[in-house]
Design a protein around this ligand. Structure first.
Ligand code: ADP
Ligand code: MG
Length: 702
């Protein structure tokens, strides 16, 4: 592998059918027609499909590809693909390589085993994939197998969305329509399109594969279900931004090269707070492509880790007692002529478009905080949100000093000044003074304004960014639509803007919180303000089908009531299955590994008690140790039985939401009790006999 920096520009995008390749390989008129449709967001002219498909095939074959696939995002949250080769046998017993426009545009993968939430019975085998031409086609190398990947949407025979991409694309369209109305009403005449942008920071853990292979919980559930805390955790705060370990740095180097080939703009990498935890951030892009790229990031992380004998853990909470992993979604809106609508400029109080967009986001997040919270609900995130860890389950917005000041001025009737950023003097004559940022950072906020974008920090590390992003796009669209309705009717737009902003600033200031979100004080304060604090996935999912949400998604054509219902059903069932897998895995490990090890150790001590006593020496200490051990073994056995019975009881329930509540209220506590005893046993059992690699092994051994 090349280590030269010069080769990076050559490597970057080398496996992407990008604009340069298209210009080179497509006839001029076809290229122009394709570009025009992309720029205007129009449907492609089907008559050029064959030409494009053929050019793609030739390009792919030159790169060694034998197959193509429609690559889509079913509601499992991951990606799916079914490969077809280009071969087309001839009557002479030979073959030619073919790829038609129809095959590019549409696939019919059957794919009846994906969750559809009842939208599609298995006997209705037809499910369709359709090329999403706004996300570039690329080539992926998996071992010797090289395949042309066509990013696609996935829908049922009758047109129901069965994937995460379709609602995201629909929400982008809706946002474009209504954000354009707003900026037009505010006097913008140059922009033609508005796109939502996303830069997802991805956190992950790396664990040595030798340890991973010995942990059934990591293999089956993606997180440790047992494990006493290591004597050292993250308290020294020395891992965060620490020097990269060589083995990890080599992994990151190869990871970057693989991502760059795919056109993924991997940019930032660093050690995170917990030992063995890391982060990768790309340069932001349109929310659709950034979502596709984040899927590639997650897949490539896993793949490249294995080449370095690591396993990459993307679970939200692989280890108890140290930080979990999130995916900070940096989000904004940009016009086709390059205006970032959330860029305050140097005098934000005069920047009318900025203020309107800012206030629209604030109102949307306050009004629809429950559905936003639900967009990040999964069993993994239950260990983060509302569980004494970043960020809390209460949705609130951090604005920072300068914008809060402006926001307060708006509430009083109009903003007349912007607090200026000062210079920071470092007190060392050789260091230059740094301009102080207008907004400080607040790492504890779930939804923070960070300079020229919002950062939604509740998203789980394993989640697709599509869900939270289509929700955010849609709720903001709704407020923008309301504002556009008012502005378009107004005789005096400026006065109207002022009254709209005043109203928003007064009615929604309760969502603004610049303090420390981790404190008990905030929990109490939020309750006083009437902000929801929804701590569990189940409670959160139970809010989705509220009238307000159903009407919202329907109004903007993002999801029908049926589609939203199906999704909710899938989410709740997925929660139930995750808990069930975790409980069954715990029982398996407890009964077949931990209990036998403890029994073995107890008989070793018992042997020592009798041989010491028969030698005429007092075995009092050994006896005490044995008694303590035996009593813990009894508790372990009881807790195993309790969890087993609880799981069995849960099987008698048939309604998904009731299973969910039962899992949360009965199975999860029974799992916790079992773990507590097992972890205690770990601390008193001979390390040689303990069957599982320890937290210290997994977090500290490189
Ligand atoms: P942090 O300091 O918050 O960890 P990082 O540099 O790790 O920041 O990540 C910030 C992310 O925000 C990057 O992915 C960056 O490309 C993205 N970003 C910057 N500007 C925008 C924008 N206008 N819209 C969306 N994302 C953006
Ligand atoms: Mg970061």
């Amino acid at each position: 592998m090349s280590k030269s920096c010069e080769s990076v520009p050559k490597v970057f995008g080398s496996n992407v059918f990008n604009d340069i390749v298209m210009r080179e390989r497509l006839p001029k008129d076809v290229y122009k027609s394709l570009k025009k449709s992309l720029e205007r967001n129009e449907t492609l002219d089907p008559s050029i499909a064959n030409v494009i498909a053929n050019a793609m095939k030739d390009w792919a074959i030159e790169k060694g590809a034998t197959h193509y696939c429609h690559w889509f995002q079913p509601m499992t949250g991951s990606t799916a693909e079914k490969h077809d080769s280009f071969i087309s046998p001839t009557s002479q017993g030979t073959t030619i390589m073919e790829f038609s426009g129809k095959e590019l545009y549409q696939g019919e993968p059957d794919a009846s085993s994906f969750p559809s939430g009842g939208l599609r019975a298995t006997f209705e085998a037809r499910g369709y994939t359709a090329w999403d031409c706004t996300s570039p086609v690329f080539i992926k190398e998996d071992g010797d197998n090289i395949t042309l990947y066509i990013p696609s949407a996935f829908c049922s025979y009758v047109g129901h969305a069965l994937d995460k991409k379709t609602p995201l694309l629909r929400s982008m369209d809706a946002l474009n329509t209504h954000a354009m109305r707003v900026i037009r009403a505010l006097g913008n005449t140059t922009s033609k399109r508005i796109t939502a942008t996303l830069g997802p920071e991805q956190e992950y853990f790396l664990v040595d594969k030798t340890f991973y292979d010995k942990r059934l919980d990591l293999i089956l559930a993606g997180r440790t279900l047992f494990g006493a805390m290591s004597p050292r955790g993250q308290e020294m705060e020395d891992h965060y931004f620490g020097a990269l370990h060589e083995r990890v740095a080599s992994f990151m180097h190869e990871l970057n090269l693989e991502l760059w080939k795919l056109g993924v703009s991997a940019k930032t990498q660093h050690n995170e707070v917990s030992p063995a935890q890391y982060e990768l951030a790309p340069v932001f892009g349109t929310v659709n492509v950034a979502t596709d790229h984040n899927h590639l990031v997650m897949e490539t992380l896993r793949k490249v880790a294995l080449r370095h004998n690591f396993v990459c853990l993307l679970h939200e909470k692989p280890f108890t007692g140290v930080n979990g992993s999130g995916k900070h979604n940096n989000w904004s809106m940009v016009t086709d002529d390059g205006i970032n609508l959330l860029d305050p400029g140097s005098t934000p109080h005069e920047n009318m478009i900025f203020l309107v967009i800012l206030c629209a986001v604030i109102k949307a997040v306050d009004k629809y905080s429950e559905i936003l919270r639900a967009s990040v609900a999964n069993s993994g995130n239950d260990h983060r949100l509302g569980a004494n860890e970043a960020p809390p389950a209460i949705v609130s917005i951090f604005l920072g000093d300068q914008l809060s000041d402006i926001f307060n001025q708006l509430a009083a009737g109009g903003a007349k000044s912007s607090k200026k950023g000062e210079e920071l003097k470092l007190g060392v004559s050789t260091l230059p003074p740094l301009p102080k940022d207008y907004t400080d950072r607040n790492r504890t906020s779930p939804f923070a304004f960070t300079g020229n974008k919002f950062e939604f920090r509740m998203v789980g590390s394993s989640q697709s960014t599509a869900g939270p992003m289509f929700v955010l796009n849609t709720i903001v669209t709704d407020v923008l639509c309301e504002i556009a309705d008012e502005l378009e009717k107004a005789e005096n737009v400026k006065a109207k803007v002022q009254s709209i902003l005043k109203k928003i600033a007064n009615e929604h200031k309760k969502i603004i919180y610049n303090g420390d979100n981790y404190t008990e004080d905030w929990v109490k304060e939020a309750e006083k303000r009437g902000l929801p604090n929804i701590r569990s996935t189940v409670a959160s999912l139970e809010t989705i089908m509220k009238k307000q949400n159903v009407a919202l998604f329907k109004k903007y054509g993002v999801l029908t009531e049926e589609e939203l219902g199906a999704r909710t059903d899938i989410l709740i069932k997925s929660y139930n299955m995750s808990i069930n897998i975790e409980a069954m895995t715990m029982l398996c490990i407890a009964k077949r590994q931990i209990l036998p090890a403890c029994i073995k150790y107890s008989s070793v001590i018992a042997g020592s008690v009798s041989s010491i006593s028969s030698a005429g020496v007092d075995a009092g200490s050994q006896k005490e140790i044995l008694e303590n051990l035996c009593s813990l073994i009894t508790t372990l056995k009881e807790n195993i039985a309790k969890l087993e019975n609880t799981v069995d009881e849960g099987k008698k329930i048939s309604d998904a939401i009731k299973i969910g509540r039962f899992s949360r209220d009965n199975i999860v506590p029974a799992m916790k009790a079992l773990r507590k005893t097992a972890d205690e046993l770990e601390t008193v059992t001979d390390a040689q006999l303990w069957p599982l690699p320890t937290y210290a092994d997994m977090l500290f051994v490189r």
